[in-house]
Each structure stands twice: as structure tokens, then as C-alpha cells.
Design a protein around this ligand. Structure first.
Ligand code: BTN
Length: 247
């Protein structure tokens, strides 16, 4: 399925964006690592990925017709965790395109539709002598060839037909965030998070820790009140929340 670059770039400051569209690639995040750009944002999108990467070394199934999108830029101090901000941006972009609230966020950055996963975000950083390259990878399932019990797609909403527009709305919102920040991000996060006021189980190494979800701290780390009433923080690299998708 072809991309329409005019739709993807609509309303963006073209001095700041370099867009490369591919029909097939290993991973759009890896392509961002291989090439450099003299624009503020390098955007790579692919119809299909052969080695799509998920968090924690997992594979990301990326058949043609879905969204495999990466945005690379020189890091700056955002005062909001980039993965949390991206989750909010993507959710809002989808709500704008479909004109209704349908997506929730699962910590740290799963996109959830009808209690199943329809997308995820993988943030990677490369540190060079004089700057850090941040790569934000976004995968959204618009129409999958196969589904697991815990993940689904946006086929019922005709998501595939709106792919270029969805990418455009994400980029427009991302540019605004980059320039202006994201105010009240904790409130925005809480409004969309599926864990609010729930008991959760967190898996860390081989251990399962149970407790009440208390939100996130300034670093975007998960706050959990354990059975001894202690508040513990966990980073996204350490743990994942269990039992949401009935895996
Ligand atoms: C996750 O939920 O585990 C994160 C999935 C991130 C997938 C996207 S698709 C575009 C970009 N390229 C990759 O190889 N991965 C990310």
C-alpha cells in the first residue's frame, strides 16, 4: 500500500521535516539510526517491517498496511517523559481522526482499544559526542493478517484508509509538543490511563508484586502502593503490568 506524502506533510513546517517512506524495511527505528538528517526531524515510515522491534527485545508484528513510524531528533529537555508524551499525542491524534474517544493508555505506552492492544511505542536513544539522537518508534495496528487474544486492530473503523491522515495528525501534534511542551501532562495521562484506582500486578524479573496503582512520578515511573503500604517506583525498563490483556 502506497503512502501519500502530501497528506502526511500537510500543515507541517517543511524546513523542519525530512520524510522518507518505504514499502518494506527491517525496522524504521533502525533506519533512523543508520541515516542522519540536517532537518530537525527525520521521519521514516514503512508499509511493512521485516524486523519490527517491540519493547524489551520482543518482535513487533508489522504486516503491510499498518503504521510503522519513527521520528528521530536531537534530544532536548522536555520536562515530560517522551514515551508518556508520545502516548498522549498518538491517542489524541486517533481521537481527532475518528472523531471519538476510543483509545486508552496502559503504562508505560501501550495503546488500548476495547481492552486489547492496538499499538505501542519504542523510544531509543543514541549518544554521540555532541548530541543525543532520540528515536520515537510508533506502531499502530490498522488491519492485521492475524490476531492474538490480547491484541487487535482498527479494521472496524476503516483505519487502513486513513493511514496517511493519522500519520499527519501525529506529526502535527508532535511538532507542537516539541516546540511548546505538553502542559499538565500528568492530568492528561491520568485521564486516559486504564489503571486508575485499580489493583495491579507488576512483574519484575521472576517476582510478581501486587498493589494499588498510584499514577506516575515526574520521570514517568510507575508508582505502586504495596501490601505493606509502601510506595515503590518502577521504571519501564524494569517491569511490566500483568493481567490487563488476559495473556
Ligand atoms: C511495544 O509495544 O513493544 C513497542 C512497539 C513499537 C513498534 C514500532 S513500529 C515502528 C518502530 N520500528 C520498530 O522496529 N519498532 C517501532
Amino acid at each position: 500500500m502506497q503512502f501519500n506524502e502530501q497528506i502526511i506533510l500537510k500543515g507541517l513546517n517543511l524546513d523542519s521535516f525530512e520524510l522518507k517512506t518505504h514499502q518494506i524495511i527491517d525496522s524504521t527505528n533502525d533506519e533512523c539510526k543508520r541515516i542522519s538528517s540536517n532537518k530537525d526531524f527525520l521521519v521514516i515510515t514503512a508499509d511493512k517491517q521485516t524486523k519490527g522491534k517491540g519493547r524489551k527485545g520482543k518482535k513487533w508484528h508489522s504486516p503491510e498496511g499498518n503504521i510503522s513510524l519513527s521520528i528521530a531528533f536531537a534530544d532536548k529537555d522536555f520536562s515530560v517523559p517522551i514515551s508518556i508524551a508520545t502516548g498522549i499525542i498518538v491517542k489524541d491524534a486517533l481521537h481527532e481522526v475518528f472523531n471519538k474517544s476510543l483509545i486508552k493508555l496502559k503504562w508505560p505506552n501501550d495503546l488500548v482499544f476495547k481492552n486489547k492492544k492496538i499499538g505501542g511505542i519504542l523510544v531509543e536513544k543514541e549518544i554521540f559526542a555532541n548530541y543525543t539522537k532520540t528515536i520515537v518508534g510508533i506502531g499502530i495496528n490498522l488491519e492485521l493478517d492475524k490476531k492474538e487474544s490480547w491484541w487487535t486492530d482498527l479494521k472496524d473503523l476503516n483505519g487502513k484508509k486513513l493511514r496517511d491522515t493519522i500519520i499527519n495528525k501525529i506529526l502535527v501534534r508532535f511538532e507542537t509538543f516539541f516546540n511548546n511542551g505538553l502542559h499538565d501532562w500528568k492530568i492528561l495521562w491520568e485521564q486516559s490511563c486504564i489503571h486508575n484506582d485499580t489493583e495491579i500486578s507488576v512483574s519484575k524479573d521472576a517476582e510478581i508484586i501486587k498493589g494499588k496503582y498510584l499514577g506516575v512520578n515526574d520521570l514517568g515511573e510507575l508508582l505502586l502502593q504495596n501490601e505493606k503500604d509502601e510506595v515503590i517506583s518502577f521504571s519501564s525498563g524494569e517491569v511490566s503490568i500483568k493481567g490487563i490483556y488476559n495473556k
